[in-house]
Ligand binder design. Structure first.
Ligand SMILES: Cc1ncc(COP(=O)(O)O)c(C=O)c1O
Length: 405
């Protein structure tokens, strides 16, 4: 095989991406067709039944997406992949494939706000039960698994607190209870972390973030064995109409080619900014797995190639201090997304995690002082200078106390 020995750096460019046989074009072509012609009824019937490979209707896939799905499956080390219209479509589809009415799902305690919102508003409406559990604690996971628990859903690193979960240990627990483990790998990409190798059943992605990497596509992926992916495509994605279109698939194929170099820069910038923040008197706490002060730093180094491009931190002060700091930034954009070339900043309590009730936010440690940074591809010193000038706009709490004495 041509690619057996290739490293991930080469694979993100070349995997499943051969020049077009007819035109010799190296960049992918876009096939937006909805309708496909068959030589006879028998072939059409075999394709729709999944007995023969092929595309039969645009709502179930298209050739550009097919090429991308093969590439994502291979990068993640899975048998098959399904591309969908957003990360939330991937999460919803993966969960709905394993749980039905009266089933129960265990979820790690700090997850993306959209996952929380899906469970709280949609899953509950259809009789699906769920519990949040601290997945750093194996004994607690075991204790929380019920007779009707049909899946465990985790995010590592988590959003926004960057908790690192031991995927191998969690996968062992799941195997012993025969429940599938679903891992949201959005923050890492297959370049930095491979949940399937660690024993996960399914990997989900918001490809809106680092996989596409340019902030101009909404997309999601689900990777796993052929059988569950086929079920998700035919029964869930197709019926819910969550397909990923050919043009967006093309943009992701294009974005993927620079994923390795982008991830190095995101991670380098994140490390430099985390170190700067940790040394600054106005910062109470920094959450970054690359810092030796991170409680799961050793585990992070074991299961992640690099430490990621997201840094969260608590500013010393209150809601007002946090928002004054954010509003004072000049280079970083205030935005809900992450993984873009531009540095993005957000206030989880009032933005991405606003849908979580205050009581739950406290339980999940999402405080008013918490700020999340998605480090872009700019020069690290320019980002640090911007943060430094914005921090100079907020009073240092010690100074307030001293001047009041
Ligand atoms: C970890 C994580 N998973 C899933 C999603 C949802 O992705 P999308 O916006 O593509 O639906 C996000 C969005 O920010 C995320 O951060």
């Amino acid at each position: 095989m041509r690619h057996n020995k290739w490293s991930m750096d080469t694979k993100v460019i070349h995997e499943n991406q051969m020049p077009d046989q007819e035109t010799r074009a190296i960049s992918s072509s876009i096939t937006p067709a909805v309708a496909y012609a068959f030589p006879d009824v028998q072939t059409a019937a075999a394709v729709v039944a999944g007995e023969e490979e092929g595309i039969f209707y645009g709502r179930y896939g298209n050739p550009t997406l097919g090429k991308l799905e093969k590439k994502i499956a291979s990068l993640e080390g899975g048998e098959d992949a399904l591309g969908v219209a957003s990360g939330m479509a991937a999460i919803a589809t993966a969960l709905l494939a394993f749980v039905k009415k009266d089933d129960h799902v265990l979820v790690t305690k700090d997850v993306y706000g959209g996952t929380y919102s899906f469970l709280a508003s949609i899953a509950i409406r259809y009789g699906i039960q769920f519990d949040y559990v601290d997945c750093t604690d194996m004994a607690l996971i075991k204790k929380s698994i019920k007779g009707n628990t049909k899946a465990l859903f985790i995010e590592t690193p988590s959003n926004p607190l960057l908790t690192i979960l031991d995927m191998k240990k969690i996968a062992e627990v799941c195997k012993s209870f025969q429940i599938p483990l679903i891992v949201d790998n959005t923050f890492m990409t297959p370049y930095l972390q491979k949940p399937l190798e660690a024993g996960a059943t399914i990997v989900v992605h918001s490809a809106t973030k680092y996989i596409n990497g340019h902030g101009d596509v909404l997309a999601g992926f689900i990777v796993g064995d052929k059988e569950p992916i086929h079920y998700m495509r035919k029964t869930l994605m197709g019926n819910l109409g969550q397909n990923l279109n050919a043009f967006d698939s093309y943009l992701i194929l294009r974005g993927l080619k620079t994923m390795a170099v982008r991830m190095h820069r995101h991670c380098d910038n994140a490390m430099k900014v985390a170190e700067f923040l940790e040394s600054h008197p106005s910062i109470k706490k920094v959450y970054y797995p690359g810092l030796p002060s991170h409680p799961q730093h050793v585990l992070a180094k074991k299961q992640m190639t690099l430490m990621g491009g997201i840094v969260s931190f608590e500013i010393d002060g209150d809601f007002q201090t946090a928002t004054t700091f954010i509003n004072s930034l000049k280079l970083a954009y205030i935005s809900f997304s992450l993984g873009d070339p531009e540095t993005l900043v957000q206030h989880p309590a009032s933005m991405t995690h606003a849908s979580i009730p205050t009581k739950e936010k406290i339980k999940f440690n999402i405080s008013d002082q918490l700020i999340r940074l998605s480090l872009g591809l700019e020069d690290a010193q320019d980002i640090i200078d911007d943060i430094d000038q914005a921090l100079s706009m907020v009073p240092v709490p010690d100074k307030i106390t001293n001047s009041n004495k």
